[in-house]
Design a protein around this ligand. Sequence first.
Ligand code: BTN
Length: 245
Amino acid sequence: MDDDRYESLSVTRLGTTIIGSRLIIYDEIDSTNERALRLDEDGAVVVADRQTAGRGRHGRAWHSAALKGLWFTVVLKGTPEGLAFAVPLAVRDAIAPITPVHVKWPNDVMANRKKLCGILVEQRGDTIAVGIGLNVNHAREDFPEELVDIATSLFIETGKTYKRSNILREILLSLDARVTQIRQTGSAAMRDEWSDACDIIGKRVQVRDVSGVVTAVDDEGGLVVDTDGRMHHIVFGDVVEVEPA
Ligand code: BTN
């Protein structure tokens, strides 16, 4: 894998309209999301070879093996409207030519039922940090024991290694098109596309002590769950277990 450095991206024109206005590259950082939340530049991208305090959803830590994965955050100004739908779809589309992937509600990108990519969207004032962690060149032994059976990487799925800069470019291009679409026409169409991709309507889910069938996805991407005729709204932050198909 020659020249797997992000610097090669900053000298090439990405051809995007919003995302990639500036590429800020670190060998090591605490969290690309934390850095991004202190920036004020629409479209800036923070990327690091390793994170010492990578953050996951629900206050969890995100394992960021040095030089193995793609750990980056896009800064967007304004509101987070539609990003919950745009980001997983953009990652899915960028990765699909490499290996089959699907979106798992709310925004994990999975391969072979294992987690390939996690997404954490955070907001401070009008600065939105869209954090994406994609496992790229990990072998099984690069994951800690507790993740070995639930996480995967592009290398594990395909037996090939990848230049992280090439994959970053594809995701940025894909995300740029989706963010541009949301800013021009709103997020309703993308919400429907995302809902189809998650394929969760009609599935039985368990959320803490609520068990029922998903009947719809609301405008914010939350689930409407029917428990014997009583409707429950399950918001993004809630943990959901889906009955395997
Ligand atoms: C999840 O829990 O599924 C979300 C994980 C998000 C991880 C990425 S890695 C790059 C960015 N920086 C962080 O600290 N977190 C996100």
